[in-house]
Design a protein around this ligand. Structure first.
Ligand SMILES: Nc1ncnc2c1ncn2[C@@H]1O[C@H](COP(=O)(O)OP(=O)(O)OP(=O)(O)O)[C@@H](O)[C@H]1O
Ligand SMILES: [Mg+2]
Length: 277
């Protein structure tokens, strides 16, 4: 009989899968100026695989700017963001980071799904064409493969019968569900949502939130900017509250959203919950 090998914590750390220990998203001391405004002032945040972070805070706090930096639509002036261990938009050269060529940045961006407030579907393309465009053009998928996957995703967001429709013939809630399907078609590592329901009539909000709940339950890593406090309480693992370019409070959403410690969070929550009703 072979003798059992004892595994010390050190060895366990080495042989454990890397994905469990390294956060998928590592945001480190990110600063960003816009015009004369410093809108991000040293943001730090880690997001682990499969977790949902809701990002809350008053208008002008810097939430959209942070998402745009994560997605390399903009690059931080200082600090660095890693996704899956890869520096976004930059490569290290000694102690400095050098901006990557735009082609490289586009490749990184393809791994990150982004859903905007105003859907941003291509108006001249059908629903199906909206979904298969990037997988074919950017990922080099065949039309047949992309189409098959598009129908699976349409099924998942409850819109399999809308493949041939054009965005202008769909409700806002339907357009947003298509926008989510389109982002998922690229098989992203991470999904970012910037107030995905705030342009919708209240009765269309739930159908979008339900799709997002399904995604969270399926293990997608998500960062969601939202004013939907009920959704955040229900779905988010972590709530992060921003004000004036910094994260003022971050922790398990159940704690932050029911017993906030910062008075600015309390004020923000009270106002958001009032608007909800
Ligand atoms: N193009 C720009 N030039 C100068 N300042 C800008 C520009 N865009 C945004 N800002 C400023 O940057 C700050 C952060 O904006 P950001 O859009 O990130 O905030 P936010 O938290 O997403 O707000 P909201 O809840 O209103 O969407 C704000 O003070 C805003 O006025
Ligand atoms: Mg915003």
């Amino acid at each position: 009989m072979t003798k059992p090998v004892s595994i010390t914590p050190d060895i366990a750390a080495i042989i454990a899968p890397r994905v469990e220990s390294t956060p998928l998203v590592q945001i480190s001391n990110v600063w960003k100026k816009r015009g004369n405004n410093v809108v991000l002032k040293g943001v730090d945040m880690d997001v682990h695989h499969g977790k949902v972070v809701c990002l809350l805070g008053p208008s002008g706090a810097g939430k959209s700017t942070l998402l745009r930096c994560i997605n390399a639509i903009e690059l931080p002036d200082r600090g660095i963001i890693y996704i899956d261990g890869e520096a976004i938009g930059a490569r290290r050269e000694g102690a400095r980071f050098i901006r990557l060529p735009e082609r490289e940045i586009s490749r990184q961006r393809a791994d990150i799904g982004m859903v905007f407030q105003n859907f941003n579907l291509f108006p001249h393309l059908s629903v199906l064409e909206n979904i298969i465009d990037a997988p074919i053009r950017v990922r080099g998928e065949s039309k047949a493969t992309a189409t098959e996957r598009a129908y699976e995703l349409l099924e998942r967001v409850g819109l399999a019968n809308k493949a041939k429709s054009y965005p202008r013939h769909l409700s806002g809630g339907q357009q947003q569900r298509i926008a989510i399907a389109r982002a998922l078609a690229m098989r992203p590592k991470l999904m970012l949502f910037d107030e995905p329901t705030s342009a919708l009539d209240p009765h269309l909000t739930d159908e979008v939130l339900d799709v997002m709940k399904g995604l969270a339950a399926a293990g997608m890593t998500m960062i969601v900017v939202t004013h939907e406090i009920h959704f955040a309480r229900q779905v988010a693992d972590i709530a992060a509250v921003m004000a004036d370019g910094v994260i003022i409070e971050m922790g398990p959403s159940k704690d932050v959203l029911t017993r906030p410690s910062d008075p600015r969070t309390r004020k923000f929550l009270a106002r958001s919950l009032q608007e909800d009703h």
